[in-house]
Design a protein around this ligand. Structure first.
Ligand SMILES: CC(C)(COP(=O)(O)OP(=O)(O)OC[C@H]1O[C@@H](n2cnc3c(N)ncnc32)[C@H](O)[C@@H]1OP(=O)(O)O)[C@@H](O)C(=O)NCCC(=O)NCCS
Length: 218
């Protein structure tokens, strides 16, 4: 049984705690930089701020339960000396053929990872998401609830595929993209930005809104 500290006392943190329990590992508690939090969170101790991680790094593994890609990346760089917990829900279907899942990645309930997929570090493959064969998912990517990536899709670092979005086969999405909820991607995306609709087109009016969903992940 592994002892795990969850970084991020959020809605997504609740789901990750459940996943750890379901994997028969132990949630030691949460670290979170929000000053106004209580002593406990969903029944687990709130152990302190993220900077307090060093008190636990010799006895526990860590997982970042924060939906925002940029924040996950910063925390992963800051906590360079910890052991990262890779969380895979028992109901997730993961092919045994040439699949690699990077450290700190969270694969939620009923997600499917098919053969020959490479999933990077600190990714989120959310509930019911489908990542078909031969996908290349870079570090810090979030594939949201029910999103579907067909075969041989490549997703660049820190991109976010929104809830229920679909990416057709043999496509490449570059780094730092947001694919909006329900979008259908039918062409390569070569320029960072936010893409919505069917077929997905770039939203011209907004900058990248990485602050969206900062606290939540699901
Ligand atoms: C794409 C997204 C990031 C845009 O957010 P935003 O920049 O705040 O955009 P706004 O809400 O201001 O909407 C701007 C316009 O785009 C439209 N729009 C927003 N999201 C859209 C979507 N997914 N599909 C189609 N149109 C969309 C809005 O209707 C609005 O149109 P209008 O200007 O004609 O009124 C957001 O809507 C989205 O889809 N987020 C994904 C949520 C998600 O997947 N969460 C994770 C769950 S696990």
């Amino acid at each position: 049984m592994k002892s795990v500290i969850v970084i991020g006392a959020s809605g997504y943190g609740k789901v990750v705690a459940d996943l750890i329990q379901k994997s028969n590992d132990r949630v030691v508690g949460f670290l979170d930089d929000q000053a106004d939090l209580a002593d406990t969170f969903i029944g687990y101790p709130l152990l302190g701020l993220v900077k307090d991680y060093s008190n636990y790094k010799d006895t526990a593994e860590f997982v970042i339960a924060i939906g925002n890609q940029g924040i996950r990346e910063k925390i992963a760089a800051r906590l360079w000396d910890v052991r990262w917990y890779t969380a895979i829900h028992p109901s997730a279907v993961r092919s045994d053929i040439q699949v690699r899942v990077g450290e700190g990645t969270v694969i939620m309930a009923n997600a499917v990872i098919n053969s020959a997929c490479q999933i990077g570090r600190h990714c989120i493959i959310n509930s019911g998401a489908v990542v078909e064969h031969d996908n290349q998912i870079a570090d810090f990517v979030h594939v949201s609830v029910g999103a579907k990536l067909a075969g041989t899709v490549s997703v660049g670092k820190a991109s976010w595929i929104g809830v229920g979005a679909t990416v057709s086969n043999n496509l490449t999405i570059c780094s730092n993209c947001i694919i909006g909820a329900g979008a259908v991607v039918v062409d390569d995306i070569k320029e960072a930005g936010t893409y919505v609709g069917v077929p997905a087109k770039k939203m011209e009016k907004t900058e990248m809104k990485k602050e969206i969903n900062v606290r939540g992940g699901g």
